[in-house]
Design a protein around this ligand. Structure first.
Ligand code: ADP
Length: 579
């Protein structure tokens, strides 16, 4: 909130005006009533009527400005927090994202920051406007008649205990509601994304039942919160009734005895009634603040997480070289990966066996190196170490003799291209998708890259050519088309080191042929590490490394490895190369 103190100060000023105007309203009841009852001066009633009108006008204007200014500061603070959170998340390492679901992270931005804003806005408004108004009104009643005031407020402590108890209950329920909403969110994301599986396996009914159960749980919890909250008002009303009744009884006697005027009593009762709303809001403030604090807690927990992979301070850029990559006795385990609890979905294995054990491997510049081996052997993990999506616990990864941990991220990533099986198409034009990460690329460069990726023809046939929108709201591409788009992206980036993660695994034979030739063109002259699936790709590699259980167990070319009659030969015979 600190950067918005100016706005808040202005809001507080309006709140002071509001509090003063509210007290003025109560005070004006005195001359009004006395004027009527004593019947002294009917002309004076005009002035009093106008005065009350004016006080209400001031109240209205100051209320408007204080609410608007608080909202302005609150929204700005929430946007700051969202930006800060996003910046922080984008700096986290891959291990963090593997351990936390995207929907839970998104909820931090939406649900939690909304709760935080409510807490900030209501907190400021209540503490400023309501507290000042309340203090003003209570002070006024004491000023009118302190004995009557004491009597009126004697019942007040009666309300504090039950209201505080209800507040605690609401907070507990709110925590459970949050958790249930999180489960619902995760469940929705999962089934809607996997709708094909759901349908084909005939699991709609089962999933429907599961979602209905979660929706019912959210409803039950929310209803509990609502009725608990609804209890606060009657309790407060009861106390105000007691206060007004006691004051009226005692005050009425004093009026009859001629000790105070009827106007005093009316002004007093007016002040007590006017105090009701702010007092009620202050009573509710507690729960809103609690919800906001819980949300802030979750947000700061995220902000406090340190990325497991961080840029060395003042790291120099990677010096360009031919693109030799060396793994030097690299050991990596995922233990350190999953972060501490984050809401509902942080469940990581406690202590995993190392995914890589002392891997020594050199990728000569400009060669194609294939990784094969059974699933879980550590191929993806090894590949992810080059762009520092993880850092090894032991050993080093060197590019042209430089430890990747010692150089700047930007220079490291500028040297690496990626073509993976799951192509990410962003909600943007074809052109922007190809020029991803290089928005300054010219139209000619983009088109040249697309031609080399055998993508130009299908792009030209799209409704708006290179300006066609892709993604959620736009045109859908076929698997092969998406793959060629991604290859064009890599062509444009023109990085000397290329990571290929089973790029053709999900394609049929026809699109594979097109993609394959585009890939071959892309790979020429670069250092390529490819997790390969198809024999055609594997056999075309300069070197094949066979991995098993986190280690490289065999190396060589296709013919040599077959002749060895080891794991490679067995996988080949079983038709399970790279599976
Ligand atoms: P491959 O690519 O050869 O199939 P991976 O590199 O994906 O193998 O996995 C290597 C090992 O690391 C496997 O035992 C796998 O279970 C484990 N592993 C992979 N990803 C994670 C993760 N996010 N958290 C914990 N363990 C993981």
């Amino acid at each position: 909130m600190r950067p918005h103190l100016g706005t808040i100060a202005l809001a507080v000023m309006w709140m002071l005006v509001l509090a003063a105007a509210t007290v003025a309203v109560a005070h004006m009841l005195k001359p009004a009533i006395d004027g009527i009852v004593v019947g002294s001066d009917p002309q004076a009633l005009w002035g009093i009527g106008l005065g009350i009108l004016l006080a209400f006008a001031v109240k209205a204007v100051s209320n408007f400005f204080s609410v608007v200014l608080v909202a302005k500061a609150g929204l700005a603070a929430v946007s700051d927090a969202r930006n800060r959170l996003y910046r922080h998340l984008s700096e986290m390492d891959l291990g963090f994202f593997l351990a936390h679901s995207a929907s839970a992270l998104a909820a931090r931005f939406t649900v939690d920051l909304h709760l935080l804003r409510l807490a900030v806005s209501n907190g400021l408004t209540s503490l400023g406007r309501d507290l000042m108004t309340l203090i003003g009104l209570v002070a006024y009643t004491f000023w009118v008649d302190w004995q009557m005031a004491l009597l009126a407020y004697i019942a007040l402590p009666l309300a504090i205990w039950p209201v505080a108890r209800l507040g605690r209950r609401i907070r507990r329920i709110a925590g459970r509601t949050q958790r249930d909403l999180g489960s619902l969110n995760a469940q929705l994301t999962q089934t809607l994304r996997g709708i094909r599986m759901v349908k084909i396996y005939g699991a709609e009914e089962m999933e429907r039942a599961r979602v209905h159960r979660l929706i019912a749980a959210v409803q039950t919890q929310s209803f509990k919160a609502e009725w608990t909250r609804a209890l606060v008002t009657p309790i407060m009303e009861g106390v105000v009734g007691l206060a007004a009744g006691a004051a009226l009884y005692y005050g009425g006697a004093r009026v009859l005895a001629g000790e105070v005027t009827p106007g005093d009593l009316t002004a007093f009762l007016g002040a007590v009634m006017l105090a009701y709303q702010p007092a009620k809001r202050l009573a509710n403030l507690h729960t809103i603040l609690q919800e906001g604090l819980a949300a802030a807690d979750r947000m700061y927990h995220l902000l406090d997480l340190k990325p497991a992979v961080a840029e060395a301070p003042g790291a120099p850029p990677l010096r360009p070289g031919p693109g030799t990559v060396r793994f030097d006795d690299v050991t990596f385990a995922y233990d350190g990966g999953p972060g501490p609890e984050l809401g509902d979905d942080a469940s990581g294995p406690a202590a995993a066996p190392p995914a890589l054990r002392g891997v020594d491997l050199t990728l000569e510049a400009g060669t194609v190196v294939a990784l094969v081996g059974p699933s879980g052997a550590g191929k993806s993990t090894l590949m992810n170490l080059i762009p520092r999506l993880h850092d090894p616990q032991r050993g080093r990864v060197l590019i042209d003799g430089q430890d990747v941990r010692a150089v700047s991220f930007a220079s490291l990533w500028a040297r690496i291209g990626l073509v993976s099986q799951d192509v990410v198409v962003f909600d943007d034009t074809v052109r922007a998708n190809i020029a991803y990460g290089r928005p300054e690329a010219s139209a000619e460069e983009v088109e040249r890259a697309a031609r080399r990726a055998a993508a130009h023809d299908f792009i030209a046939a799209l409704p708006d050519g290179y300006d066609t929108r892709l993604g959620e709201q736009g045109v859908r591409l076929s698997g092969g088309q998406r793959q060629r788009l991604c290859i064009a992206r890599a062509f444009l980036k023109d990085a000397p080191i290329l990571l290929l993660d089973e790029p053709t695994a999900a394609l049929d034979t026809e699109s594979e042929r097109l993609v394959q030739s585009a890939l071959a063109a892309l790979m020429a002259g670069r250092t390529c590490l490819i997790i390969a699936h198809r024999l055609s790709t594997i056999a075309g590699a300069d070197v094949i490394h066979v991995m098993a259980e986190g280690a490289v167990v065999e190396s060589g070319d296709h013919a040599g490895l077959l002749a060895k009659d080891g794991l490679y030969a067995r996988l080949h015979a079983a038709n399970r190369l790279g599976a």
